[in-house]
Design a binder for this molecule. Structure first.
Ligand SMILES: Nc1ncnc2c1ncn2[C@@H]1O[C@H](COP(=O)(O)OP(=O)(O)OP(=O)(O)O)[C@@H](O)[C@H]1O
Ligand SMILES: [Mg+2]
Length: 241
């Protein structure tokens, strides 16, 4: 697992700021004349190296919040800092850079590209960072070996099991060595064995110093989380350590 270890970053290692700092985050949608409030003022600080599980009923706003933390969506109000940097005022290019370099995304539905190989899927974020071809190929192969898929690199994702697809997605999420991993129901479509495999990988990544925020409906997979945050109707209803 050595290759999956976070590379220490001297410029931020001494900083005491939170990895993710949400202050009074609100999100509402307008549907016709009606304003629908989905997030109603979320205050949450996640320290570097924490593994936070986000739980709550369907429709409580978990994915909405994850998309905001991942800089995929903008809040309607409030402040958000990522690794000590206020991101609300950043333009789309700067947000794209933060997503690309600081964050790895893992989704319930894997979001792999079916018409290219597993290897090319993992290489994709490095292509976007303009990493030289040889380097990105070697790194993608190493990451796929680390998640136990060295024998599947030439496959199309279409021909993989759900658990294998999610491990490809994790390898891809690690391509640019992100400090934060955002996982929205990463085991939602997996059987017990594959869930355990994926959680084993996420726990290792957390032990190696990465900050993880993960949505789940399954309390059994939160045992290694530093905190469980519960959302209800757009607000935090409970935090347990
Ligand atoms: N683009 C949108 N326009 C209007 N309403 C939206 C939009 N996106 C999400 N919502 C609403 O926001 C609420 C929260 O959705 P969200 O996807 O965050 O829930 P969730 O907690 O992730 O649920 P689940 O556990 O089912 O994934 C839902 O009622 C949903 O209908
Ligand atoms: Mg959701």
């Amino acid at each position: 697992m050595d290759r999956m270890k976070a590379i220490p970053n001297p410029s931020t290692a001494r900083s005491s700021t939170a990895a993710i700092d949400l202050h009074k985050i609100e999100k509402h949608y307008r549907i016709g004349d009606t304003k629908v409030a989905v997030l109603k003022g979320i205050d949450l600080q996640i320290d570097r190296g924490e593994f936070v599980a986000l739980m709550g009923p369907s429709g409580s706003g978990k994915s909405t919040l994850m998309n905001i933390v991942g800089c995929l969506d903008k809040p309607s109000g409030g402040r958000l800092s990522i690794l000590g940097r206020d991101v609300i005022s950043l333009d789309e290019d700067e947000l794209a850079r933060i997503r690309r370099e600081e964050m790895g995304f893992v989704f319930q539905s894997f979001n792999l590209i079916g018409r290219i190989s597993v290897l090319k899927n993992v290489e994709m974020p490095m292509v976007l960072c303009e990493m030289p071809r040889d380097l990105r190929r070697t790194r993608a192969l190493d990451l796929l070996k680390d998640v136990g898929l060295g024998h599947r690199v030439g496959y199309s994702p279409i021909n993989l099991s759900g658990g294998e697809r999610q491990r490809v997605a994790i390898a891809r999420a690690l391509a640019n060595d992100p400090r934060i991993i955002i996982a929205d129901e990463p085991t939602g479509n997996l059987d017990l064995k594959s869930s355990a495999d994926v959680m084993g990988i996420l726990n290792d990544l957390n032990r190696d110093g990465r900050t993880i925020i993960m949505v789940t409906h399954n309390p059994e997979i939160t045992e290694n989380c530093s905190r469980v945050v519960r959302l209800r109707d757009g607000l935090i209803s409970e935090v347990t350590s």
